[in-house]
Design a protein around this ligand. Sequence first.
Ligand code: NAP
Length: 329
Amino acid sequence: MSAAGLRLPLPRLGFGAAQLGNLYRVTTDEEADGAVAAAWEQGIRCFDTAPHYGIGTSERRLGERLRGLPRREYLVSTKVGRLLDPGPGTGDDHANAFWVPDDHVRRWDFSEVGVRASHQASLERLGLDRVDILYAHDPEEGPTEQAFAEGLPALARMREEGLVGAVGVGSKDAAVCTRAVRTGLVDLVMLSGRYTLLEQDAARELLDACLEHDVQVVAVSVFNSGLLSRPVVPDGATYEYAAAPAEILAHARALAALAEDHGVTLPDLAVQYPLRHPAIASVVLGMRTAGQVVSNVERMGQHVPEAAWEAVAALEAEWAERTAGARDA
Ligand SMILES: NC(=O)c1ccc[n+]([C@@H]2O[C@H](COP(=O)([O-])OP(=O)(O)OC[C@H]3O[C@@H](n4cnc5c(N)ncnc54)[C@H](OP(=O)(O)O)[C@@H]3O)[C@@H](O)[C@H]2O)c1
């Protein structure tokens, strides 16, 4: 059983709203309208956001677009750990990867008071009276010990008080997620970039721990910074938000060729791959436009022949051997 014995009925595909907060570039209001409307039309009923995403912009824009939709039909997750204070408003937030004015600044706070204040501020920005899931966001980047000593117990108490349905940790750091799972306090892990078609090693111990503690995993950043988001991998493709190293590019291209051989595409494999692991309940994709929503729904519904997955496993084994050989050399 997970901490609360709670298993939310998570859909296989969820909508990641960091892009509504202008992650890496501006998402226009028209694009945001189209993306959320298309998500709803396509049957997506789970939306993820955070105060961090555009220093409140994502939560505000998502809330505006969900308004009027039947609240009982969808799930919303947001995150705690960074409180938003008024900012100078004279510059921008590019240093944090968001194309918004710096009218707010982030302040780490995983104390119980901070976590509850963050939750309340998120509800106000979203215009909702409850969120379904609250994650401790990126504890490895902030006051990690405070997140474990105060933040996670505070989240668990909020769940017991009925303020939120489920609680978890959201991070790209598999070790921090494993530590959170072993506290017995969390129901969910949102794992970024560590269990994808391209890489799995860092997540193995975590996923075992999740199975043991009955913790559900939501896999995100499954395109590995865009590397796997298109059928053809271009020369300038990025990995971990920088130009992809040659061997990573070659591996992604080998996966793209394998996909083509089996009548599917690289992104078809990328969106479905994580769900083949029994610990992973859902994949949340960042979607900026209606077109991306429609194509991602198609990718998730695409029939992938078992032979393709067998070929992926064979390539993984070959890759693991080659990288182990390179490490030992
Ligand atoms: N620590 C955490 O808890 C954490 C960390 C990371 C992410 N998340 C959550 O997970 C969500 C997704 O993560 P992510 O944004 O890192 O990664 P992602 O889903 O792997 O990538 C999203 C990007 O892929 C591109 N894309 C999506 N659909 C596409 C399509 N159909 N065709 C072509 N390109 C497509 C878009 O690129 P363009 O921008 O170029 O249009 C989009 O911005 C976030 O929005 C957030 O909600 C949480």
